[in-house]
Design a protein around this ligand. Structure first.
Ligand code: SF4
Length: 316
């Protein structure tokens, strides 16, 4: 899997000062499963070290880029290198983008915009982020600052691997039959994200209007990628866990059933992390060969070594 990443997060010494912002989660944890495509529109435009830049409001409710070296407006220069970096990542089969927070180029909603009098006005997307959002509206995107939050991190990694899974599925010459299986395997993950979208996806797969497969697939892709971008919650996960427990209720004994429900209850009350009831469900699914559960992506949405669901704070 390829992921585009702000070069400074990869340890490249390309910040305005000549330093970096190395992020260990990105390089060491995610790096075991992904190859990175680095970008840095500012280094390309101005070299390193360089003067700082900032976003300043313009008359049209937008902003322009001002350099601290006395050159008032460097927007055009930066737009040129933004386009070059965009082309570079467009040429790769990227499954997501991780940006450096608070940067006037890379901040994802965290780039400060200043008034012309020098006072700060509001936070917005950086220049390069705006361009990426326009070109890749459904691509998973996050910034490293927000990835320090275990809940946002778990949601983003789940989205990233589901997006990758969809792209691999798309490349496998899907048919109506395989699309139905794909949809079934995402039942519980989609329900944990957004129940209504899960149902709408079911309507698309049901194809009650008799549409050609290409059109069904096109509609499914847009809604699936939108659904996996939604955030799960403890309440939604609890409903899914109860639903999954229903698949083993006639197979397990009374004590096992009570233990499972106690763990789901403890998860809902933030006493144990999500991995606790899920591991028990996984064990029962394996022990009693409940294939429908074993096929569910919700049980194994990404490599278990990432251990993101072991963190009690990964639920909100
Ligand atoms: S422009 Fe982006 S990639 Fe380059 S140093 Fe700044 S934050 Fe890092």
């Amino acid at each position: 899997m390829k992921i585009a990443v702000s070069g400074c997060l990869l340890g490249e010494e390309i910040r305005y000062s000549g330093g970096h912002s190395h992020d260990r989660f990105v390089t060491q944890s995610l790096g075991k499963y992904a190859q990175f495509v680095s970008f840095c529109p500012e280094h390309l435009a101005f070299g390193t070290p360089r003067s700082t830049i900032r976003l300043v409001e313009d008359e049209n409710e937008g902003y322009y880029v001002q350099s601290s070296d006395g050159e008032v407006d460097v927007t055009e220069k930066l737009l040129d290198t933004n386009n070059l970096e965009l082309q570079k990542i467009q040429n790769e089969p990227i499954r997501g983008i991780i940006f450096k927070s608070k940067s006037p180029s890379c901040g994802l909603g965290s780039a400060m915009v200043y008034r012309s009098n020098g006072y700060s006005k509001e936070k917005d997307d950086g220049l390069f982020v705006k361009m990426c959002k326009e070109h890749f509206p459904l691509l998973p995107m996050e910034e490293e600052g927000r990835l320090n939050d275990p809940w946002l991190r778990e949601n983003f990694i789940m989205q990233l691997f589901a997006y990758d899974d969809f792209e691999n599925f798309k490349a496998s010459n899907p048919t109506m039959k395989t699309l139905v299986s794909f949809h079934q395997s995402y039942k519980f993950m989609l329900q944990a994200k957004n129940e209504m979208m899960y149902r709408e996806l079911g309507q698309i797969v049901g194809n009650h209007e008799g549409l050609p497969f290409d059109e069904i697939f096109r509609q499914y892709e847009i809604l699936f990628k939108t659904a996996i971008a939604q955030k799960s919650s403890i309440g939604k996960n609890r409903n899914v866990l109860e639903h999954m427990a229903g698949f083993v209720k006639d197979k397990v004994n009374q004590v096992e059933k009570e233990m499972l429900h106690e763990q789901i209850h403890d998860y809902a009350n933030k006493i144990v992390p999500l991995i606790a009831p899920l591991s028990r469900l996984h064990m029962f699914a394996k022990a009693y060969n409940v294939e429908y559960l074993l096929d569910q992506k919700f049980l194994h949405p990404y490599p278990k070594e990432l251990a993101l669901r072991s963190d009690i704070k990964s639920g909100k």
